[in-house]
Design a protein around this ligand. Structure first.
Ligand code: NAP
Ligand code: G4F
Length: 329
């Protein structure tokens, strides 16, 4: 392991953290993962699945713990995936979201500088299509790209925009290799049950197993540009292997409504009409909605050679098959 590259991942207990850990391990990296809290419920699962990872206790809101994490891991690459990442939750917890998703990025960049790693560690910031806002006035026909206007529509989107710009600022001010990936929605079997795609595939599997007879959702008309998380973490890694730090959109280039996703997911268990199985509750609706997201990842494809393996039907099949198998177990 003496010559192995060393990567520090924040958010290792999350969806992308799991995919990225697998990818970096396959590539021969020594992987360090930040874990927060004195009794994190997901710690044992991470140790079981990734026994080769070194976990380091730290929190994005605690500067001292971040400096110690950088010193302990001596990273060549830092992937900042940690965040309050649920848009609905961010409306109910706006200050917490600002502290973690926004200022947490500054805390980590400063930790890298203070620990003396600014010229060694390459930094990836998990920016998001939520920064665009999906409104009519700034909706480009071909999809949002790296030059599109930002108009965040949630405390989450606003906090992420701070994280995006502070990363660019550290690149410009301190000559750090600090890259941002503006990623559109990406999903898969590791997705948390609080997000709409996994909530649907989990419910479809329960309905198929006869242990549930409906799912309760919010608005069904919003459109998202959905891809597979495994494809997107490969793009993150490619951004840090590029010869200079930059900003890249990763997206599928297609947009579909929640209704479209429901139709595909229920079709996997042989149900043609999903409507009798879906109820709606305003509790799952947001004070301001992002109407439509559509991304244009031509730059990442051209400059990095980024490619996707999954389209939406393939992604839905993967998720439903996974959740049906879970129910059978
Ligand atoms: P996720 O599954 O919700 O994971 C979030 C991670 O952040 C968890 O590991 C969580 O750890 C950690 N975390 C939260 N607060 C923390 C704190 N104060 N200190 C340290 N760690 C903390 O998110 P994801 O889907 O993997 O997304 C990864 C990143 O990409 C996030 O920043 C998200 O905002 C961004 N993003 C995601 C998408 C997408 O479609 N998935 C698209 C664009 C951008 P605990 O286990 O301790 O809670
Ligand atoms: O699955 P969602 O919660 O994802 P959302 O809000 O698009 O955010 C995700 O993608 C972002 C990238 O664009 C990331 F930055 C962010 O971290 C996160 O990963 O909701 C998708 C859509 C929304 O329009 C929401 O209003 O589904 C709608 N929806 C309808 N019913 C629901 C529900 N969303 C959730 N979570 N739960 C529902 O019951």
């Amino acid at each position: 392991m003496a010559d192995a590259k060393r990567a520090l991942i924040t958010g290792i207990t999350g969806q992308d953290g799991g995919h990225l850990t697998e990818l970096l391990h396959e590539k021969g990296y020594e992987v360090f993962g930040l874990i927060r809290g004195q009794r994190n419920a997901r710690r044992e699962a991470v140790i079981d699945e990734f026994p080769y990872v070194t976990l380091i206790e730290a929190d994005l809101t605690d500067q001292t713990s971040l400096i110690q994490a950088v010193e302990a891991s001596q990273p060549d690459e830092v992937y900042n995936l940690a965040a309050v990442s649920h848009v609905g939750f961010s409306f109910r917890n706006p200050q917490l979201t600002a502290d973690i998703t926004g200022k947490g990025v500054l805390n980590l960049l400063e930790a890298i500088r203070i620990a003396g790693f600014k010229d060694r560690a390459r930094f990836y910031q998990a920016s998001t299509s939520e920064m665009f806002g999906g409104l009519d006035y700034n909706r480009p026909g071909t999809g949002y790209n790296e030059d599109s206007l930002f108009h965040p529509r949630s405390p989450y989107g606003v906090a992420k925009l701070y994280g995006h710009w502070i990363t660019r600022n550290y690149r410009e001010s301190y000559d750090m290799f600090a890259a941002t990936g503006i990623l559109f929605n990406h999903e898969g079997p590791r997705r948390g049950l609080e997000f709409v795609t996994r909530k649907i595939t989990d419910a479809v599997a329960r309905i198929d197993a006869g242990t549930a007879d409906h799912v309760v959702l919010g608005d069904l008309w919003p459109k998202r540009d959905w891809g597979y998380a495994g494809d997107y973490v490969r793009g993150m890694w490619q951004m840090l292997q590029h010869d200079e730090p930059d900003d890249f959109v990763l997206a599928s280039g297609a947009t579909h409504s929640i209704e479209d996703f429901l139709a595909l997911a229920f079709a996997e268990i042989g149900v043609d009409d999903w409507r009798p199985y879906v109820k709606q509750d305003p509790a799952f609706m947001r004070p301001a909605e992002v109407d439509i997201l559509l991304g244009d990842s031509a730059k990442a494809e051209r400059v990095l050679g980024w490619k996707r393996d999954y389209d939406l039907p393939g992604l839905v099949r993967l998720m439903v098959e996974h959740d049906v198998a879970l129910q059978k177990r």
